[in-house]
Design a protein around this ligand. Structure first.
Ligand SMILES: C[S@@+](CC[C@H](N)C(=O)[O-])C[C@H]1O[C@@H](n2cnc3c(N)ncnc32)[C@H](O)[C@@H]1O
Length: 214
């Protein structure tokens, strides 16, 4: 058991996105720190405060979560992630169990975007590199379920890869990426009662940021 954890701890920058290590499974390991900082800076720039209820959709190994959990008041961080081992490794190698005890983050291991299971409404949500892999049906389920747990000032920051074509498959694509047109994303958001616009925030992997709000 100890050996297994020591092997997982080694930071190997030659690993590729999708390789089974908590730092590479979710993206290129050379940008782990940068993508952490980007997520935290972006959300605080758009108004996230410590008292807000925050939902991290596809939180992975807590690349962003390790900063959000420390910043937010206890019980305010909510992470959804189907791969339980990623969250466990994020806690073990990056955050520490003491912080978890203190800040009481909540986790849901599910692929169904069933956010209502947290039993709360949210002020802010983040989908960093989720719509870059998701099918239209998955994005629709995500937006529909968000519309049920969004409070009146709710904001979602979501990254996507803008292209001329919309991905038409039904599977989650990983480690490959999918593209969507902006007008299509906007129309989807509007179907579920949200406004949607692009922000001018940059992304180290050239994703485009959407601000989707009530
Ligand atoms: C590219 S990674 C991004 C991780 C994290 N958002 C970050 O930027 O650090 C995509 C994540 O989405 C998770 N995922 C896959 N299917 C999902 C689903 N149906 N609902 C929520 N997350 C999902 C993957 O396991 C993976 O951790």
């Amino acid at each position: 058991m100890l050996k297994k954890f020591q092997k997982r701890k080694k930071i190997d920058l030659t690993l590729k996105a999708g390789d089974k290590h908590y730092r590479s499974f979710i993206g290129p390991p050379s940008k782990y720190d940068l993508v952490s900082a980007m997520q935290f800076n972006l959300l605080t720039k758009h108004g996230l405060r410590e008292n807000h209820k925050f939902l991290d959709i596809g939180c992975g190994s807590l690349r962003g979560g390790r900063l959000f959990i420390i910043y937010l008041l206890e019980n305010n961080y909510h992470g959804v992630e189907p791969e339980k081992w990623l969250v466990e490794d994020g806690i073990y190698f990056e955050l520490g169990k003491e912080i978890v005890k203190l800040k009481k983050p909540k986790f849901l291991h599910s692929t169904n975007f069933d956010f209502y299971k947290f039993g709360t409404e949210f002020d802010f949500a983040l989908a960093q590199s989720i719509f870059t892999h998701a099918s239209v049906e998955q994005i629709k389920t995500c937006l529909l379920n968000l519309s049920k747990v969004a409070n009146k000032n709710f904001k979602l920051l979501a990254s996507f890869i803008e292209g001329d074509e919309n991905y038409e498959g039904s599977d989650w694509v990983y480690p490959g990426c999918v593209t969507y047109r902006f007008d299509f994303m906007k129309q989807l958001a509007e179907e579920y009662g949200f406004k949607c616009r692009k922000t001018d925030d940059t992304h180290p992997n050239n994703h485009t940021w959407l601000l989707i709000e009530k």
